[in-house]
Design a protein around this ligand. Sequence first.
Ligand code: G
Ligand code: G
Ligand code: MN
Ligand code: NA
Length: 259
Amino acid sequence: YALAQALPAALDSGEMFLDYQPIVDLAGGRPPMVEALVRWRHPERGLLKPEEFIPVAEETGAIVELGRWVLDRAVRDAAAWPDGPAVAVNVAVRQVHDYGLVREVATALEVSGLPPRRLCLEITETALMDTEEDGLPGPGTLRTLADMGIGIAVDDFGTGYSNLARLRDLPATSLKIDASFVADLGHPDAGDFAESVIISLVALAHAAGMTVTAEGIETADQARRLTTLGVDYGQGFHYSRPVSAERIEAVMAELGAQK
Ligand code: G
Ligand code: G
Ligand code: MN
Ligand code: NA
């Protein structure tokens, strides 16, 4: 827990920063997006990836303060890209249970001038199911945010145990298919199970009025297959690795020019 304890000071001293990864439109006709991904330049331990500190921060509750910082930073960065992409920000279940989230989001948008439609909040499928707990503000909070015109994406979809019938009732605007299904796509040992799953998820999401994003696209072949299967957006190393706020505009321009 030493990392989680050091987190508030790290936020103050500028050790945290955000990288951005492009989310491209596969079908054509939709504006692109970017996902904000937090990193920690730790003075002794070097560059830390979120896997190394997000889980402990979730356990200790430090994630609420970190999440506030990420939201603020991402919204301010995005507001500086005129007519730029919408920005997707990961939120932890603890943040959704925090009564301050709606006000924090509203304030961040107001201060930065970023239109609500250019913000999307990503919450994992597993965390989303946890927001069902009695007495916590989870589902109501997400509904309020969706009603403000903010996008709500279900992240890592396919790795949890969702009640599929209930997907329709969630206040989500998009579904992100977990990278594991994309990795299996076209893999000689994987058969066509992954393709069947993706076909089903696309049908389900579209029937519920949601768009679909595939994560972890690494090859042109995967990109082609996913486009054929009706997936709306793609994200992965095939398009770009996460890059700094300074570089993202140039990377987005280059991706736009390739189409
Ligand atoms: O960038 P990288 O692939 O290392 O990110 C790993 C995971 O960490 C992502 O899938 C994402 O879910 C999580 N993550 C990244 N940034 C944030 C953040 O700002 N808040 C939360 N809660 N999770 C994040
Ligand atoms: O929130 P989420 O867990 O979806 O964050 C995406 C993470 O996956 C980021 O940390 C990013 O660095 C990583 N990632 C993004 N694209 C690819 C990819 O094409 N392949 C692999 N292996 N990882 C990726
Ligand atoms: Mn995500
Ligand atoms: Na994900």
